[in-house]
Design a protein around this ligand. Structure first.
Ligand code: ZN
Length: 169
């Protein structure tokens, strides 16, 4: 078990595009376990993408902790197949932007496809918070952060909030 360091803005590595996972081996399993340890250690996080811990591979771990129970989902090479026209606005936060939250509009439902830790293909219709979370995490794999959807002024404010947060913690 290891808790990994989470990169925060303005680290340029968060803007890199991650590459596909090809090998479903013990190394992948260990990394996924470490990512869950890191997610749970964060306290309030519900999703973490590998580039946030400096590993530029298309790996995401999610746990919405529904009804207080642990409900871990591992998404390897996740893709959005289709998105609903209807949007949902949700207040988003990010472990790489600690202390900052903003309302972001995204498609409310998506059909997504990914591989599990063994390489089996999973297809799932994601709605509500899971839909938002999967979209937010796939963005990380493409080097996109939720603040990229905001104005320059708000992005500047996010950076100031993170600096302040880091000084106080
Ligand atoms: Zn994030």
């Amino acid at each position: 078990m290891s808790v990994l360091d989470i990169l925060t803005i303005p680290n340029e590595r968060l803007k890199h595009k991650s590459t596909e996972v090809k090998y479903f081996d013990n190394k992948l399993e260990k990394l996924v376990n470490d990512m869950f340890d890191t997610l749970y250690a964060s306290g309030n996080g519900i999703g973490l993408a590998a580039p946030q811990v400096g590993i530029e591979k298309r790996i995401v771990v999610i746990d919405l902790k529904e009804e207080g129970n642990l409900t871990p989902i591992t998404l390897i090479n996740p893709k959005i197949i289709s998105s609903s026209k209807e949007n949902l606005t949700n207040e988003e936060g990010c472990l790489s932007i600690p202390g900052y939250y903003a309302k972001i509009e995204r498609p409310s439902e998506i059909n997504a496809e990914w591989q599990d830790i063994k390489g089996n293909t999973i297809k799932k219709k994601c709605v509500g918070l899971l839909s938002i979370c999967v979209q937010h995490e796939i963005d990380h794999l493409d080097g996109v952060l939720f603040i990229d959807y905001l104005s320059n002024l708000k992005r500047k404010r996010a950076l100031e909030k993170v600096k302040k947060y880091q000084k106080n913690s």
